[in-house]
Design a protein around this ligand. Sequence first.
Ligand SMILES: Cc1ncc(COP(=O)(O)O)c(C=O)c1O
Length: 384
Amino acid sequence: MIHFNNAGCGLMARPVLQAMLDHLHLEAAIGGYEAHAARTAETADFHASLAELLNTRPGNIAFAASATHAYTKALSAIDFRPGDTILTTRNDFVSNQIAFLSLRKRHGVKIVHAPDHPDGSGVDVDAMAALMRAHRPRLVAATHVPTNSGLVQPVAEIGRHCRELDLLYLVDACQSVGQYPVDVEEIGCDLLTATCRKFLRGPRGSGFLYVSDRVLAAGHEPLHIDMHGARWVAPGYYRPVDTAARFEEWEFPYATVLGCAAAVRYALRVGPRAVARRTPALAARLRDQLAALPGVRTLDGGPAPAALVTFAIEGWQARPFKAALDARGVNSALSYREFAQYDFADKDVEWCLRLSPHYYNTEDEVDAVAAAVAELAGLAGSTR
Ligand SMILES: Cc1ncc(COP(=O)(O)O)c(C=O)c1O
Protein backbone atom coordinates (compact mmCIF):
# COMPACT_ATOMS: atom_id res chain seq x y z
CA MET A 1 0.00 0.00 0.00
CA ILE A 2 1.00 3.61 -0.53
CA HIS A 3 0.03 5.25 2.75
CA PHE A 4 -1.46 8.64 1.88
CA ASN A 5 -3.72 8.80 4.93
CA ASN A 6 -1.32 10.41 7.38
CA ALA A 7 -3.93 13.05 8.20
CA GLY A 8 -5.97 10.11 9.49
CA CYS A 9 -3.15 8.27 11.18
CA GLY A 10 0.58 8.22 10.46
CA LEU A 11 2.59 5.01 10.41
CA MET A 12 4.20 4.38 13.76
CA ALA A 13 7.97 4.53 13.72
CA ARG A 14 9.73 1.39 14.98
CA PRO A 15 10.84 2.90 18.33
CA VAL A 16 7.21 3.82 18.99
CA LEU A 17 5.97 0.31 18.43
CA GLN A 18 8.87 -1.11 20.42
CA ALA A 19 8.24 1.15 23.41
CA MET A 20 4.61 0.08 23.49
CA LEU A 21 5.26 -3.63 23.06
CA ASP A 22 8.01 -3.59 25.70
CA HIS A 23 5.66 -1.97 28.18
CA LEU A 24 2.79 -4.34 27.48
CA HIS A 25 5.17 -7.26 28.00
CA LEU A 26 6.38 -5.71 31.25
CA GLU A 27 2.80 -5.19 32.45
CA ALA A 28 1.97 -8.82 31.66
CA ALA A 29 5.12 -10.01 33.42
CA ILE A 30 5.18 -7.95 36.63
CA GLY A 31 1.80 -6.17 36.89
CA GLY A 32 0.45 -2.87 35.56
CA TYR A 33 1.14 -0.73 38.64
CA GLU A 34 4.59 -2.22 39.10
CA ALA A 35 5.40 -1.71 35.41
CA HIS A 36 4.47 1.94 35.76
CA ALA A 37 6.64 2.29 38.84
CA ALA A 38 9.53 0.82 36.87
CA ARG A 39 9.07 3.32 34.04
CA THR A 40 8.30 6.62 35.77
CA ALA A 41 11.15 8.52 34.11
CA GLU A 42 10.16 7.34 30.65
CA THR A 43 6.53 8.19 31.36
CA ALA A 44 7.50 11.69 32.50
CA ASP A 45 9.19 12.10 29.15
CA PHE A 46 5.73 12.34 27.56
CA HIS A 47 5.39 15.78 29.16
CA ALA A 48 9.04 16.73 28.76
CA SER A 49 9.30 15.82 25.08
CA LEU A 50 6.07 17.61 24.17
CA ALA A 51 7.17 20.64 26.16
CA GLU A 52 10.35 20.71 24.10
CA LEU A 53 8.41 20.30 20.85
CA LEU A 54 5.93 23.08 21.67
CA ASN A 55 8.31 25.46 23.48
CA THR A 56 6.76 25.26 26.90
CA ARG A 57 7.34 23.45 30.21
CA PRO A 58 6.33 19.87 31.15
CA GLY A 59 3.86 21.20 33.73
CA ASN A 60 1.88 22.88 30.94
CA ILE A 61 1.13 19.58 29.16
CA ALA A 62 -1.68 17.13 29.89
CA PHE A 63 -2.19 13.71 28.33
CA ALA A 64 -5.61 13.01 26.81
CA ALA A 65 -7.21 10.04 25.09
CA SER A 66 -7.70 12.00 21.85
CA ALA A 67 -7.52 15.52 20.53
CA THR A 68 -11.28 15.80 20.98
CA HIS A 69 -11.02 14.60 24.56
CA ALA A 70 -8.41 17.31 25.21
CA TYR A 71 -10.59 19.89 23.49
CA THR A 72 -13.77 19.11 25.41
CA LYS A 73 -11.82 19.04 28.69
CA ALA A 74 -10.53 22.50 27.84
CA LEU A 75 -14.03 23.76 27.01
CA SER A 76 -15.38 22.29 30.24
CA ALA A 77 -12.99 24.56 32.16
CA ILE A 78 -14.66 27.69 30.87
CA ASP A 79 -17.56 28.94 32.92
CA PHE A 80 -19.84 29.88 30.00
CA ARG A 81 -22.82 32.06 30.84
CA PRO A 82 -25.91 32.76 28.70
CA GLY A 83 -25.05 35.42 26.16
CA ASP A 84 -21.30 34.72 26.17
CA THR A 85 -19.79 34.62 22.70
CA ILE A 86 -17.53 31.98 21.17
CA LEU A 87 -15.73 33.49 18.20
CA THR A 88 -14.45 30.94 15.72
CA THR A 89 -13.85 30.41 12.00
CA ARG A 90 -15.70 28.76 9.15
CA ASN A 91 -13.02 26.09 9.02
CA ASP A 92 -12.91 24.88 12.57
CA PHE A 93 -12.99 21.12 13.02
CA VAL A 94 -16.39 19.44 12.87
CA SER A 95 -16.35 18.08 16.45
CA ASN A 96 -15.35 21.52 17.76
CA GLN A 97 -18.29 23.08 15.92
CA ILE A 98 -20.62 20.44 17.37
CA ALA A 99 -19.20 21.14 20.85
CA PHE A 100 -19.91 24.87 20.40
CA LEU A 101 -23.47 24.04 19.31
CA SER A 102 -23.96 21.83 22.36
CA LEU A 103 -22.73 24.70 24.56
CA ARG A 104 -25.27 26.92 22.82
CA LYS A 105 -27.99 24.36 23.53
CA ARG A 106 -27.05 23.99 27.20
CA HIS A 107 -25.72 27.43 28.18
CA GLY A 108 -27.18 29.78 25.58
CA VAL A 109 -23.81 30.95 24.27
CA LYS A 110 -23.65 32.79 20.95
CA ILE A 111 -21.46 31.37 18.21
CA VAL A 112 -19.94 33.88 15.81
CA HIS A 113 -18.00 32.77 12.74
CA ALA A 114 -15.43 35.18 11.39
CA PRO A 115 -15.67 35.54 7.60
CA ASP A 116 -13.06 34.17 5.26
CA HIS A 117 -10.83 36.52 3.34
CA PRO A 118 -12.15 37.03 -0.20
CA ASP A 119 -8.77 35.97 -1.64
CA GLY A 120 -9.30 32.42 -0.34
CA SER A 121 -6.36 32.58 2.07
CA GLY A 122 -8.44 31.51 5.08
CA VAL A 123 -10.01 33.56 7.82
CA ASP A 124 -9.95 37.34 7.43
CA VAL A 125 -7.89 38.27 10.47
CA ASP A 126 -8.82 41.97 10.40
CA ALA A 127 -12.50 41.09 10.32
CA MET A 128 -11.94 38.58 13.12
CA ALA A 129 -10.15 41.22 15.20
CA ALA A 130 -13.07 43.62 14.65
CA LEU A 131 -15.43 40.88 15.90
CA MET A 132 -13.20 40.42 18.95
CA ARG A 133 -13.56 44.10 19.78
CA ALA A 134 -17.30 44.13 19.08
CA HIS A 135 -18.22 40.95 21.01
CA ARG A 136 -15.46 40.60 23.63
CA PRO A 137 -15.84 36.81 23.25
CA ARG A 138 -15.47 34.51 26.23
CA LEU A 139 -13.46 32.26 23.91
CA VAL A 140 -11.68 32.63 20.58
CA ALA A 141 -11.15 29.28 18.83
CA ALA A 142 -9.23 28.50 15.66
CA THR A 143 -8.13 25.30 13.95
CA HIS A 144 -4.60 25.59 12.53
CA VAL A 145 -5.13 23.12 9.65
CA PRO A 146 -8.65 21.81 9.23
CA THR A 147 -9.36 18.16 8.52
CA ASN A 148 -11.29 18.98 5.35
CA SER A 149 -8.55 20.76 3.39
CA GLY A 150 -4.90 21.80 3.42
CA LEU A 151 -5.70 25.37 4.42
CA VAL A 152 -3.23 26.77 6.99
CA GLN A 153 -4.94 29.35 9.16
CA PRO A 154 -2.96 32.36 10.48
CA VAL A 155 -3.18 31.25 14.11
CA ALA A 156 -0.30 33.42 15.31
CA GLU A 157 -1.85 36.56 13.80
CA ILE A 158 -5.14 35.73 15.52
CA GLY A 159 -3.17 35.12 18.71
CA ARG A 160 -1.58 38.57 18.60
CA HIS A 161 -5.05 40.14 18.69
CA CYS A 162 -6.13 37.82 21.50
CA ARG A 163 -3.12 38.79 23.59
CA GLU A 164 -3.67 42.48 22.90
CA LEU A 165 -7.30 42.21 24.00
CA ASP A 166 -6.61 39.63 26.73
CA LEU A 167 -9.03 37.06 25.28
CA LEU A 168 -8.94 33.35 26.00
CA TYR A 169 -7.61 31.58 22.90
CA LEU A 170 -7.95 27.87 22.09
CA VAL A 171 -6.11 26.39 19.09
CA ASP A 172 -6.73 23.01 17.49
CA ALA A 173 -3.34 21.97 16.12
CA CYS A 174 -4.28 18.36 15.44
CA GLN A 175 -3.15 18.38 11.81
CA SER A 176 -0.21 20.76 12.21
CA VAL A 177 1.76 19.27 15.12
CA GLY A 178 4.33 16.94 13.58
CA GLN A 179 3.99 18.60 10.19
CA TYR A 180 5.19 22.11 11.10
CA PRO A 181 7.05 23.62 14.05
CA VAL A 182 4.30 24.61 16.48
CA ASP A 183 5.37 27.10 19.15
CA VAL A 184 2.74 27.99 21.72
CA GLU A 185 4.52 31.22 22.65
CA GLU A 186 4.66 32.36 19.05
CA ILE A 187 0.98 31.48 18.56
CA GLY A 188 0.02 33.25 21.79
CA CYS A 189 -2.61 30.67 22.68
CA ASP A 190 -3.94 29.79 26.12
CA LEU A 191 -4.92 26.27 25.22
CA LEU A 192 -3.83 24.01 22.36
CA THR A 193 -4.89 20.50 21.49
CA ALA A 194 -3.65 17.74 19.18
CA THR A 195 -3.35 14.01 18.79
CA CYS A 196 -0.12 12.02 18.61
CA ARG A 197 -1.38 9.58 15.98
CA LYS A 198 -1.26 11.75 12.85
CA PHE A 199 1.86 13.60 11.72
CA LEU A 200 3.66 12.74 14.96
CA ARG A 201 3.39 9.04 14.07
CA GLY A 202 2.34 8.01 17.56
CA PRO A 203 -0.30 5.47 18.57
CA ARG A 204 -4.06 5.71 18.29
CA GLY A 205 -5.99 6.62 21.44
CA SER A 206 -3.70 9.50 22.32
CA GLY A 207 -3.84 13.27 22.49
CA PHE A 208 -2.71 16.17 24.60
CA LEU A 209 -3.63 19.58 25.87
CA TYR A 210 -1.29 22.52 26.36
CA VAL A 211 -2.45 24.83 29.15
CA SER A 212 -0.78 28.21 29.57
CA ASP A 213 0.43 29.57 32.90
CA ARG A 214 -2.21 32.30 32.51
CA VAL A 215 -4.99 29.68 32.45
CA LEU A 216 -3.51 27.71 35.35
CA ALA A 217 -3.03 30.85 37.45
CA ALA A 218 -6.60 31.97 36.72
CA GLY A 219 -7.76 28.73 38.35
CA HIS A 220 -9.45 27.17 35.33
CA GLU A 221 -10.16 23.51 35.96
CA PRO A 222 -12.13 20.89 34.01
CA LEU A 223 -15.70 20.25 35.09
CA HIS A 224 -15.01 16.66 36.10
CA ILE A 225 -11.74 16.73 37.97
CA ASP A 226 -10.48 13.57 39.66
CA MET A 227 -8.02 12.43 42.32
CA HIS A 228 -5.11 12.95 39.89
CA GLY A 229 -6.14 16.49 39.01
CA ALA A 230 -7.04 17.51 42.54
CA ARG A 231 -6.31 16.68 46.19
CA TRP A 232 -9.29 15.95 48.45
CA VAL A 233 -7.85 17.95 51.33
CA ALA A 234 -10.89 17.99 53.63
CA PRO A 235 -14.27 16.21 53.55
CA GLY A 236 -15.93 19.19 51.90
CA TYR A 237 -13.03 20.56 49.90
CA TYR A 238 -10.66 19.71 47.07
CA ARG A 239 -7.71 21.66 45.71
CA PRO A 240 -6.73 21.41 42.02
CA VAL A 241 -3.06 20.63 41.43
CA ASP A 242 -0.92 23.49 40.17
CA THR A 243 0.02 21.99 36.81
CA ALA A 244 -1.84 20.94 33.68
CA ALA A 245 -2.15 17.50 35.31
CA ARG A 246 -5.36 19.07 36.57
CA PHE A 247 -6.77 18.19 33.13
CA GLU A 248 -5.64 14.57 33.22
CA GLU A 249 -7.23 11.54 34.78
CA TRP A 250 -5.74 9.12 37.22
CA GLU A 251 -5.85 6.13 34.89
CA PHE A 252 -3.39 6.21 32.01
CA PRO A 253 -2.82 3.79 29.13
CA TYR A 254 0.90 3.68 29.97
CA ALA A 255 1.98 1.76 26.87
CA THR A 256 0.28 4.44 24.76
CA VAL A 257 1.85 7.25 26.77
CA LEU A 258 5.29 5.70 26.32
CA GLY A 259 4.61 5.23 22.61
CA CYS A 260 3.72 8.92 22.36
CA ALA A 261 6.90 9.95 24.16
CA ALA A 262 8.92 7.82 21.74
CA ALA A 263 7.06 9.40 18.79
CA VAL A 264 7.75 12.94 19.98
CA ARG A 265 11.43 12.17 20.62
CA TYR A 266 11.57 10.68 17.12
CA ALA A 267 9.95 13.80 15.63
CA LEU A 268 12.45 15.99 17.47
CA ARG A 269 15.31 13.94 16.04
CA VAL A 270 13.93 14.14 12.50
CA GLY A 271 13.46 17.87 13.08
CA PRO A 272 10.19 19.79 12.71
CA ARG A 273 11.77 22.24 10.26
CA ALA A 274 13.01 19.48 7.99
CA VAL A 275 9.57 17.85 8.08
CA ALA A 276 7.92 21.19 7.27
CA ARG A 277 10.14 21.56 4.22
CA ARG A 278 9.52 18.09 2.85
CA THR A 279 5.98 17.04 3.76
CA PRO A 280 3.95 19.97 2.33
CA ALA A 281 6.30 19.98 -0.71
CA LEU A 282 5.42 16.35 -1.50
CA ALA A 283 1.76 17.31 -1.21
CA ALA A 284 2.28 20.31 -3.51
CA ARG A 285 3.79 18.01 -6.14
CA LEU A 286 0.70 15.81 -5.91
CA ARG A 287 -1.71 18.77 -5.92
CA ASP A 288 -0.10 20.23 -9.03
CA GLN A 289 -0.43 16.95 -10.90
CA LEU A 290 -4.04 16.46 -9.83
CA ALA A 291 -4.97 20.04 -10.73
CA ALA A 292 -3.85 19.39 -14.30
CA LEU A 293 -6.26 16.43 -14.73
CA PRO A 294 -9.53 16.96 -16.61
CA GLY A 295 -12.54 16.43 -14.33
CA VAL A 296 -10.49 16.94 -11.15
CA ARG A 297 -10.83 20.06 -8.99
CA THR A 298 -8.34 20.57 -6.17
CA LEU A 299 -9.87 22.33 -3.19
CA ASP A 300 -7.09 23.52 -0.89
CA GLY A 301 -7.02 27.26 -0.32
CA GLY A 302 -4.25 29.51 0.90
CA PRO A 303 -0.83 30.47 -0.43
CA ALA A 304 1.03 27.45 1.00
CA PRO A 305 -1.31 24.57 1.83
CA ALA A 306 -0.37 21.76 4.21
CA ALA A 307 0.05 18.09 3.30
CA LEU A 308 -3.68 17.50 3.03
CA VAL A 309 -4.56 17.34 -0.65
CA THR A 310 -8.31 17.44 -1.22
CA PHE A 311 -10.10 17.24 -4.52
CA ALA A 312 -13.43 16.62 -6.19
CA ILE A 313 -13.70 14.38 -9.22
CA GLU A 314 -16.45 14.38 -11.81
CA GLY A 315 -18.44 11.26 -12.60
CA TRP A 316 -17.74 9.33 -9.41
CA GLN A 317 -19.59 8.66 -6.17
CA ALA A 318 -17.55 8.86 -2.97
CA ARG A 319 -17.32 5.25 -1.84
CA PRO A 320 -16.73 3.60 -5.23
CA PHE A 321 -14.01 6.15 -5.91
CA LYS A 322 -12.21 5.44 -2.66
CA ALA A 323 -12.68 1.70 -3.21
CA ALA A 324 -11.10 2.05 -6.65
CA LEU A 325 -8.08 3.75 -5.08
CA ASP A 326 -7.93 1.08 -2.35
CA ALA A 327 -7.86 -1.52 -5.09
CA ARG A 328 -4.87 0.29 -6.62
CA GLY A 329 -3.00 0.13 -3.33
CA VAL A 330 -3.52 3.73 -2.22
CA ASN A 331 -4.67 4.61 1.30
CA SER A 332 -6.86 7.72 1.32
CA ALA A 333 -9.79 9.24 3.22
CA LEU A 334 -13.17 10.70 2.33
CA SER A 335 -14.57 13.96 3.69
CA TYR A 336 -18.28 14.68 3.47
CA ARG A 337 -20.37 17.86 3.67
CA GLU A 338 -21.22 17.03 7.28
CA PHE A 339 -17.52 17.32 8.19
CA ALA A 340 -17.31 20.87 6.81
CA GLN A 341 -20.72 22.50 6.47
CA TYR A 342 -19.37 25.99 5.71
CA ASP A 343 -16.32 25.08 3.65
CA PHE A 344 -18.01 22.50 1.43
CA ALA A 345 -21.02 24.76 0.89
CA ASP A 346 -18.64 27.52 -0.24
CA LYS A 347 -16.86 25.07 -2.54
CA ASP A 348 -20.15 23.55 -3.66
CA VAL A 349 -19.08 19.96 -3.02
CA GLU A 350 -20.85 17.14 -1.19
CA TRP A 351 -17.68 15.15 -0.66
CA CYS A 352 -14.03 15.10 -1.55
CA LEU A 353 -11.13 12.71 -1.37
CA ARG A 354 -8.18 13.52 0.88
CA LEU A 355 -4.65 12.33 0.18
CA SER A 356 -2.09 13.13 2.86
CA PRO A 357 1.55 12.12 2.33
CA HIS A 358 4.25 12.33 5.00
CA TYR A 359 8.00 12.80 4.79
CA TYR A 360 8.63 9.07 4.44
CA ASN A 361 6.60 8.90 1.26
CA THR A 362 8.52 9.30 -1.97
CA GLU A 363 8.23 11.36 -5.14
CA ASP A 364 7.70 8.08 -7.01
CA GLU A 365 4.73 7.30 -4.79
CA VAL A 366 3.31 10.76 -5.44
CA ASP A 367 3.61 10.19 -9.19
CA ALA A 368 2.06 6.71 -8.91
CA VAL A 369 -0.91 8.08 -6.96
CA ALA A 370 -1.40 10.92 -9.45
CA ALA A 371 -1.32 8.32 -12.24
CA ALA A 372 -3.93 6.21 -10.45
CA VAL A 373 -6.23 9.24 -10.10
CA ALA A 374 -5.63 10.11 -13.77
CA GLU A 375 -6.65 6.59 -14.75
CA LEU A 376 -9.83 6.83 -12.66
CA ALA A 377 -10.64 10.29 -14.01
CA GLY A 378 -10.40 8.76 -17.50
CA LEU A 379 -12.75 5.96 -16.49
CA ALA A 380 -15.34 8.35 -15.05
CA GLY A 381 -18.78 7.56 -16.41
CA SER A 382 -17.68 4.39 -18.22
CA THR A 383 -17.35 1.70 -15.56
CA ARG A 384 -19.58 2.51 -12.62
C1 LIG B 1 -8.24 19.38 12.72
C2 LIG B 1 -8.65 18.23 13.58
N1 LIG B 1 -8.99 18.46 14.85
C3 LIG B 1 -9.36 17.48 15.67
C4 LIG B 1 -9.40 16.17 15.24
C5 LIG B 1 -9.88 15.13 16.18
O1 LIG B 1 -8.86 14.31 16.63
P1 LIG B 1 -9.21 13.04 17.49
O2 LIG B 1 -9.80 12.05 16.55
O3 LIG B 1 -7.90 12.61 18.08
O4 LIG B 1 -10.19 13.43 18.53
C6 LIG B 1 -9.04 15.87 13.93
C7 LIG B 1 -9.10 14.48 13.44
O5 LIG B 1 -9.08 14.20 12.29
C8 LIG B 1 -8.65 16.93 13.08
O6 LIG B 1 -8.31 16.71 11.81
